[in-house]
Design a protein around this ligand. Sequence first.
Ligand SMILES: Cc1cc2nc3c(=O)[nH]c(=O)nc-3n(C[C@H](O)[C@H](O)[C@H](O)COP(=O)(O)O)c2cc1C
Length: 329
Amino acid sequence: MITTALTELCGIRVPIVQGGMQWVGKPSLAAAVSDAGGLGILTALTQPSPEALREAIRETRKLTDKPFGVNITLLPSINPPDYEGYAKAAVSEGIRIFETAGNNPGPLIKFFKSKGCIVIHKCTTIRHAKSAERMGVDVLSIDGFECAGHPGEEDIGGVVLLARAAQELKIPYIASGGFADARGLVAALALGAAGVNMGTRFMCTVESPIHQTIKEKIVASSEQDTVHIFRSLRNTARVFRNKIASEVVALERRPGGAKFEDLRELVSGVRGRVVYEIGDPDYGIWTAGIAMGLIEDIPTCEELLKRIESEAEAEIERMGRMVRVKSKL
Ligand SMILES: Cc1cc2nc3c(=O)[nH]c(=O)nc-3n(C[C@H](O)[C@H](O)[C@H](O)COP(=O)(O)O)c2cc1C
C-alpha cells in the first residue's frame, strides 16, 4: 500500500482521484472508482438540478459504501447554474468531500469549510493555488498544461508546476493532467504530490457511462489527437481533435478572429453530450487529454487501480535499489 496525506485525509486506499467530468462523472463511474480504492467524484452540473444531484448521490451510495465526493465547477456564464443549491443538496445528503474548480471559488469554499467538509481545489497556477490555500482548502489539485479541459492561459507543464508547488505550498497537493499509469503516479509522488487526479484515463473504463465507440476511439488515439479551442477567447480548452474542433480553431484563426457568438452552435454542450450517447466522435466537441497516448485498453476501475498500485509499488522498489549505501570501511 502507498500511504500519503491524501489517502489518510480521505480514507481511501489508493492515492488516485477521479476528477469531475461533465457528462461522465455519473454514479456508475464514481462508485466504481471508490469501490476500487480511489476517490470517485460525481459531477454536480451533469445533473439537471440540485434535486437530481440528490438522487445521483443516493444511487452512488447504493453501489458503494466507500467515500466519494462531488465536483462543483464554476463556469463563466451569463446565466449561472444554482451552485449554492447543488452545494447545499450535496452537503445535506452527507457528502463530506468536494472538488471545486473554476472562477471565484471563495464563497463555495467558505460554505463547505463551515460544514466541516474536505475541499480539494483544482487550479492551474501557483498564484491561484496559494490563494485557495489562504481560503482554507485542504488539498490542491494542480492541473498542468497536459490536462484535458481547461489548462488556463499560462501553459506551464506539470513537471515545473508541481516542482513549484513543492516550493510554495504548505498543504498537500495532488498532480493532475497527463496521468494514466503507475509511472505517472510515481513521478507525481517524486514531485512532492500526495497522489494523482485522472480524467481521460477513467473515461476509458468499463464503468464509464459513455458509448463503447468513444472508448475505442480513445484507445486508438495518440497524444497528438487533441487540440486547444477558445485560445483566442482566453478560455482555452483541450478537446479531442475532430472535424468540429478543427473548424472552431480555423474560425478563431481567420483574419479578425471569432467571437463566442460565432462558435456557439459548433461548441454546444448538448452536442458534446450526444457524442457520448450515440458514439459518434464527430458529432460535437468533447473533452480528452494527451493521456490518450498512454491508454491502450478498457479495464474495469478495479483492474486499473490494482494495476497502477502494484506497478507503482514495484517501480518505487526498483528506484530504491538505485540507491547504494556507501561502504563504511
Ligand atoms: C470528459 C471530461 C470532462 C471534464 N469535465 C470537467 C468538469 O466539468 N469540471 C472540472 O473541474 N474538470 C473537468 N475535467 C477535467 C478533469 O477533472 C481533470 O482535471 C483532467 O481530466 C485531468 O487531465 P487528464 O485528462 O489528462 O487526466 C474534465 C475532463 C474530461 C476528460
